[in-house]
Design a protein. Structure first.
Length: 161
């Protein structure tokens, strides 16, 4: 019996129990030097790849082309049942909602606000609570680009003209 357990343990260490997940994590690459794991790490990456305890997570920038994150943006999410959750971005522009606080029914709708400046996402979130699963830079025919909320007109492309 002990030999069987040791053999199983060796197999588990040598072979992944979920190779698809392991590959997705590996594809994220290494942590950024000097940024410890925690709420400030890995902006613009699909958070839910690693954080199964979260229902929704993402990063918000001060301009459409990044890289400056924006703190204190209030993210309001509404699910198909009308249930809502809110989160506020931190210094890295990251926000998240834990599953223990909110288990949404898809599709979701999102709004973001900083003071009197706000934006409404025009499309539904229908497949994944990681914003970076769809929102990647640069904007293209398959991505709207990074999520941003320009607190001033000067931060908009071409100064808002």
């Amino acid at each position: 019996m002990v030999k069987l357990f040791v053999a199983w343990l060796a197999f588990a260490v040598a072979c992944s129990l979920d190779p698809v997940h392991d590959e997705a994590v590996a594809d994220l690459g290494p942590e950024e030097a000097g940024v410890p794991e925690g709420p400030l790490h890995r902006p613009d990456q699909p958070c839910l790849v690693c954080h199964a305890d979260m229902s929704v997570a993402g990063t918000i920038h001060a301009a459409p082309d990044g890289p400056a994150p924006i703190a204190n943006v209030v993210v309001t999410l509404t699910d198909a049942r009308g249930s809502q959750a809110t989160a506020t971005t931190n210094a890295a522009g990251n926000f998240f909602v834990e599953k223990s606080a909110w288990a949404p029914t898809y599709p979701l709708h999102a709004t973001i606000a900083l003071g009197s400046v706000n934006a409404i996402m025009n499309t539904e979130i229908g497949r994944d609570g990681s914003c970076a699963s769809c929102h990647v830079a640069p904007a293209s025919r398959i991505s709207a680009g990074l999520v941003f909320l320009a607190p001033t007109v000067a931060l908009l492309p071409d100064g808002g003209t």
